[in-house]
Design a protein around this ligand. Sequence first.
Ligand code: PLP
Length: 390
Amino acid sequence: FEQSKLLDQLPTQFFATLVEKVGAQIKAGVDVINLGQGNPDQPTPEYIVKSTQKWVADPKTHKYSPFQGLPSFKRAAANFYQEKYGVQLDPAQEVCILGGSKIGLVELPWALMNPGDLMLLPDPGYPDYWSGAALGEVKFETVPLTAEHDFLPDLESIPEATAQKAKFFYLNYPNNPTGAVATKEFYTELVAWAKKYHVGIISDFAYGALGFDEADPVSFMEVPGAKEVGIEFYTYSKTFNMAGWRLGFAVGNADIIKALNLIQDHLFVSVFPALQKAAEDALNDPQRDLEIKKLNQLYKSRRDAFINAAAKIGWTTKAPQGTFYAWMPVPDGYTSESFADKLLYDAGVAVAPGNGFGKYGEGYVRVGLLIDPDRLEEAVNRIDQLHLFN
Ligand code: PLP
């Protein structure tokens, strides 16, 4: 059998290449310090595991979920947004339950666009957005995120004709791969821009709980008018170390949510009801914020350990404000890929080459800070031995 022509359009999964390269080194006996991926290393909080065990043991949760998920989970998601971000949501019409956020991000063009329509994607950006464009048979143009602009898109530089034509614009803050966090001022401008050009905003808030300043990262939904122009994806993967559980939801504009719910009905029904009940408990339990705080403290200590150690060897960058990534410049004479290869083969340190996230990722590598500070420092010491920085 041959795969369909549509699947031929999918971009190659660049992480698969990285995993292969790292795997070969490990097999060859190299002690690789793997900073290449974004898979949280910490366990899921115990209160969530316990609640899941309870719900899995309840036979009532063993049947098909109602289409579009359990109303009680949708209420919990709406209450969470109300409590945390001051956003009022109608659980029945403005919440969509998802098996992780990736499925929703990828199926959105399919659910809401027509072949040939245009969407805008950030560059650098999460590569799966391109897969969504391919499966939805839509075109995309990229909007650069540069250090000079704090890795926020410069809305004024988007050509008028492009803005007029675009149907949706994907944004992701706290940002993978740059670690940048959006401001409320930026989102306020964005809502005005979206209204002016009638462009739907898709906010990917996968790292919404992971910010290092006193204030929590801003949600796009906090801005007045956001619900009229867009939605936001929330996931349990990074907030609660539940990447393998596949749990998430989207909130916001009722028309967009309705189309996402419809496609979910046809593809999936909904998430295992025991997991939906546990997901509900995860949001409602007072333990929630304590766990998130603990996680943020851990990531902050890792960030500081890495950024300080890197600075000592002359490898400098602006410290990331959120996520668990550092977006590091490549020294002169290297490309993203040749530098990542150099680190892997000569220092046993795996990082993700920035060009895997788009054209504007060239000149950077993404360092995932998902191991203990002493191992991060060891990685920097090994890199220091290569004498690449002044
Ligand atoms: N969005 C971004 C920016 C991500 O980095 C990831 C996962 O790494 C996802 C979405 C997908 O998350 P989920 O596990 O909810 O599918």
